[in-house]
Design a binder for this molecule. Structure first.
Ligand SMILES: [Mn+2]
Length: 465
């Protein structure tokens, strides 16, 4: 029989960081927002026990801050003791949020927990569970190094040296995989791919799960097991990695396990697609309450695409342990509602959000739904959209927009026109990325808004001039 090792890869748990909402969180949700990361941790370790996995690796940012929250550490300790009772080792590196290895840990941890040093690369040998251990055979080597401080410009991977490639060699590293960014271990994907005596790179820092390679070497970001703000939409989780002991350089299999008790989600509502005519804010409020029911009935998870990860090497567990969702409502389309609130859109957004949350709080439902924000991107009704579509200027603009969607070079050109603030790489530590990183969604929203302005101009300009 082929001998298999199976371990769990997680990172960026950020214990101690509460969930963010742009609206005031009521008492009945506050505790859930504080506890979400702790519950995600519990879900992760329960998987290790239930599935009888070999061990767990945590690739940095276990804690949210360098001065560890004593409560967060106590909860982590309790969780580690559960694993100790089942002989499951835990290997941890520090990231930019919790640098220093175990130097700042307020508690004493049991022997199954290993914090990697921040001064040098360390290598641990995994010798199997209690029975296997008797044979004194090593089944895997686990290498890692912790951040020294909140930024680390060392290319530590170059010192990840192993005696041979005959065993499964696993490297833990917390990096943005951007050689230009000297704050978060400046290395490139190509550099790590070249170092193929490591068979699996367990990466941390990017909060979205990302499978960059599944063989020689495999390279994976587990992402955070619980999103913490509205830019971290979707179901979050961790990976179970399966590899053959006698064929360490071969393909690995990955299973994505959802762990997030709370899901951030964007829900788009196009008012021009609604059968009824929305004239007033009251109409919109009524519509959104119906949409809440639709979300609860069947849409909450149905519309989540799991990052397009699924393939022959990556499977996804469809059971999601969620308790509720935090929604950002994006209202688009044309309608007579626009006329009534065009000059007070910001105020209307706040009013609709507060109304929704008041209703949701009164219902106190399970799973819960909470409104993060309402964004009104609606526009005026057009008496004759068909006529405008015949306009040559309109057609030319439409053509350009289609070209941008299909041609990455043209898109890059457009981004450079938008100015340097849009050119930055996604850097979720800078604190500005959720407003300025031009992800595909944001780009689409901006281009649509531009198109709308052009239509408004043509419309105001009378007929085909
Ligand atoms: Mn992080």
């Amino acid at each position: 029989m082929t001998e298999i090792i199976r371990f769990l890869h997680t990172a960026d748990i950020h214990l101690g960081r509460p969930l963010k909402s742009a609206s005031q969180v009521p008492d009945y949700l506050e505790q859930r927002f504080t506890d979400a990361s702790f519950k995600a941790l519990r879900n992760i370790f329960s998987q290790v026990i239930e599935r009888d996995l070999d061990f767990v690796v945590i690739s940095g940012d276990l804690y949210d801050s360098e001065a560890r929250s004593v409560k967060a550490s106590r909860i982590f300790l309790e969780e580690c003791r559960r694993l100790e009772a089942h002989n499951k080792p835990v290997y941890i590196i520090s990231g930019n949020h919790d640098p220093g290895g175990d130097k700042l840990e307020p508690f004493e941890y049991p022997d199954n927990v290993y914090f990697y040093d921040s001064e040098e690369v360390e290598l641990n040998e995994y010798k199997g569970n209690a029975e296997q251990k008797e044979s004194e055979r090593t089944l895997a080597r686990i290498l890692g190094q912790s951040y020294r401080s909140s930024s680390d410009s060392r290319k530590m991977y170059t010192y990840y040296t192993v005696p041979d490639k005959n065993l499964f060699n696993l490297g833990l590293i917390h990096t943005q995989l951007n050689p230009e960014n000297r704050r978060y271990v400046p290395i490139s994907k190509a550099e790590l791919m070249e170092k193929d005596d490591i068979h699996y790179w367990a990466l941390g820092h990017i909060h979205q799960p990302l499978v960059l390679s599944t063989s020689s070497p495999a390279m994976v970001y587990s992402g955070t097991p619980q999103g913490h703000n509205i830019s971290e939409v979707g179901v979050k989780g961790c990976f179970v990695v399966e590899a053959e002991v006698s064929n360490p350089g071969g393909n690995i299999n990955l299973e994505f396990i959802p762990t997030s008790p709370v899901i951030y989600k964007k829900v788009e509502v196009d008012i021009s697609e609604e059968s009824r005519n929305l004239r007033t804010v009251s109409d919109l409020q009524e519509l959104l309450l119906e949409k809440v029911d639709e979300q609860l009935d069947n849409n909450l998870l149905a519309e989540i695409d799991f990052y397009g990860m699924e393939n022959e090497r990556v499977s996804i567990v469809d059971e999601v342990p969620y308790e509720g969702a935090i929604l950002r409502w994006l209202i688009t389309g044309r309608g007579s509602l626009h006329e009534r609130i065009a000059d007070n859109l910001d105020e209307a957004e706040t009013e609709v959000k507060d109304y929704l949350n008041k209703q949701l709080a009164a219902r106190g439902m399970e799973p819960f739904i909470w409104t993060h924000s309402v964004q009104l991107r609606i526009s005026r009704e057009l008496p004759d959209i068909e006529k405008i579509k015949e306009n040559e200027v309109y057609q030319a603009v439409d053509e350009v927009i289609k070209d941008i969607a299909e041609d990455p070079e043209l898109e890059a050109e457009l981004l450079s026109e938008w100015g340097s603030i849009w050119e930055a790489d996604e850097d979720h530590e800078s604190g500005v990325y959720d407003s300025f990183y031009p992800d595909s969604e944001t780009k689409k929203e901006i281009i649509e808004a531009a198109q709308e302005k052009i239509i408004a101009y043509l419309f105001a300009g009378g007929d085909d001039q």
